[in-house]
Every structure is written in C-alpha cells, then in structure tokens.
Design a protein around this ligand. Structure first.
Ligand SMILES: C[S@@+](CC[C@H](N)C(=O)[O-])C[C@H]1O[C@@H](n2cnc3c(N)ncnc32)[C@H](O)[C@@H]1O
Length: 304
C-alpha cells in the first residue's frame, strides 16, 4: 500500500466524515495524489520520531476542523476573526504545541486537497522550468512554513541553494530537521525572522512565498520584500488565499485582481495566474474560498 493510501486508511478509521474530501482527491487525481503524497509523507517519516502517520492525520484533522469552523463564522460575519499580527503570533506561531499540529496539518493539505495539489502541479510545470540552467541558482522562500516548496525545488534543481525564513521558531526547527532528513541541508539555510523585513542580501534568481499574504496586516510589504530579494527579471511564485478564513488570516482578499494589482505595484509582471477553488462548496455559500497561484517576473523598468 502506498503512503498516501495508508494516510487515507488511517483518516477513514479516525474520522470518516473528514476522509471523504481526501478520498475524492485520491480518486479524481490518482497519479498526482500518489506521487506527491509519497514524497511528502516520505519526508515526514524521515523527520518525525514515533508514529508519523498518526501525527500527520491528527494535524490534518485539527487543520481541516479549524478551517471549517472559521469559514462558517466568516459566512455569518463577513469578516476574518483575527485582527493583528501580534495576536496570531501569540496564539499560534509562538505556541509550540499549536504550531506543531498546524505545521503538519498545513503540510498534508498539499496532497489531500484537490485544489492544493493543482497548485503544486503549477509550481512544477510553470515555475521550476524557469530555472533550466546548469548555473548555480539562489532561491528565497519567505514564510516558508514546512519548507516544502524549497524542498521540492532543491530536489529537482540540483545546483540550487535556498534561504528560508519563517516567523515561527517551532516551524523553523521542524523544517530544519526535515531538510536534513531529506539530504538537502547543505544547500538550505533556514532562519527565524519576519518575511516583511528584507535581509538586505538581494540578487536571488527565484523567490517563493506561499500562503503568507493573508497572514499580514500590510501584505504589500511582502511583495516589496520579494522584489528586494530578486535580481531584475528574477521569477517569483506566490500563492494567496482569497475569501478563505483561517485562525491566522488577517487580510481578506475577495478578488484575484487585488493581489495581482499589489504584485504589479511592487514591480512585478504577471506571467501566469490561476485561481483554484475546492470542489463541493454549497451554492448557498456567500464566499468561494480560493487559492490564487501566480508566476511573476521582476520588472527592470516601467513595463519590462
Ligand atoms: C499558511 S502557512 C504557509 C506555509 C508554507 N509557505 C506553505 O505554503 O505551506 C503561513 C506561514 O507564514 C508564516 N508567517 C506568518 N507571518 C509571517 C511573517 N511576518 N514573517 C515570516 N513568516 C510568517 C507562519 O509562521 C506560517 O508558517
């Protein structure tokens, strides 16, 4: 049995209601589900002591439960619950137990949720091939979380190096262990820090920031940080949550164009955009939660 199937079996036994969504992903996209879950669960197995599958399933359940609860409240109130970065730092990012569960929960969604799996495929299809070169390349990953984007990039681009930053010490500790377990530590440097405060290095070939914008009081500062990190014509891969409530979402984007306009204002040219939505949102819902994925190029001048 594959790792993804074992994850699904344990989920079905633990919480059958929550397993239906993952089962649908596995049935509708068997190839990508098997391939991506094998790699991600393999890295988690190599990182975690003890029953890693149980930790992943528990993380998934906590994460999915929280997302459902927050989205229901958002449908009623029309606003996100959290208001400040200080609040979500204290309640989530600085709390080791909460953050460990969040870390692995978020991680599993990348193969468990159909629209997240589609974002991964876009990253592999449209972003990584932009670095088809034999030259060494430098990447930055702002708000790296579990580091999966850098880990995937480093395992495919064998001459690449990556600098990763996240505000949560817990996540940084786990991600550091995972990159070592995956044999990628020599080409990766992970640090605790605020992604909106550029490290002043610059000159990177590629920049990644996935699902961080909604977590910030001033998301435009993240685009400024991405632009500052890149060299002219460098490429960025950015994802953003739209109309999607979570405990640590502060900034609500309702339209794709709001994020694209922010990227353009920071000096980026849009290369590709896709707005992915989950299946099964009831037609009665006010909001359609989406994942917007962007491939961007840093402009050198006004238009190019
Ligand atoms: C939804 S997770 C996304 C993680 C990862 N990029 C991914 O795509 O799976 C959001 C991450 O942003 C981090 N974060 C939030 N605010 C941040 C900030 N100001 N600077 C750096 N990281 C931040 C959180 O600690 C968390 O790991």
């Amino acid at each position: 049995m594959s790792r993804g199937d074992r994850f699904l079996e344990l989920l079905k036994t633990t919480a059958p209601v929550f397993a239906a969504r993952v089962d649908a992903t596995a049935r509708r996209f068997p190839g990508p589900f098997a391939r991506i879950s094998e790699r991600l669960i393999g890295w988690a197995d190599a990182t975690l002591d003890g029953d890693s599958l149980k930790e992943l399933v528990d993380g998934y359940l906590n994460f999915a439960f929280d997302v459902n609860r927050c989205q229901r409240a958002y449908e009623e109130t029309g606003r996100y619950r959290s208001q400040t970065a200080a609040q979500i730092y204290a309640e989530i990012y600085a709390d080791a137990e909460v953050m460990t569960s969040y870390h692995w929960g978020m991680y599993t969604t990348w193969f468990a949720w159909e629209h997240h799996l589609a974002v991964m495929e876009m990253f592999e299809r449209s972003f990584l091939p932009r670095f088809a070169t034999d030259e060494p390349i430098n990447l930055v990953d702002l708000g790296c979380g579990s580091g999966i984007w850098s880990a995937l990039a480093l395992s495919i681009l064998l001459k690449a190096r990556a600098r990763l930053v996240d505000i949560s010490p817990t996540t940084v500790a786990i991600t550091t262990r995972m990159l070592a377990a995956a044999g990628l530590a020599a080409r990766a440097a992970v640090r605790v820090g605020d992604a909106t405060e550029p490290d002043g290095v610059g000159g990177a070939d590629g920049a990644i920031s996935s699902f961080v914008l909604a977590h910030l009081e001033r998301p435009e500062t993240l685009f400024a940080g991405l632009a500052a990190a890149l060299k002219p014509h460098g490429s960025a891969f950015v994802t953003a949550a739209l109309s999607a409530a979570e405990s640590d979402h502060i900034t609500e984007f309702r339209r794709e164009g709001e994020v694209i306009a922010m990227a353009e204002a920071a000096g980026f040219r849009l290369i590709e955009a896709h707005s992915f939505a989950p299946e099964g949102v009831p037609p009665s819902a006010r909001y359609l939660p989406r994942a917007l994925a962007l491939v961007l190029e840093k402009r050198r001048g006004e238009v190019w």
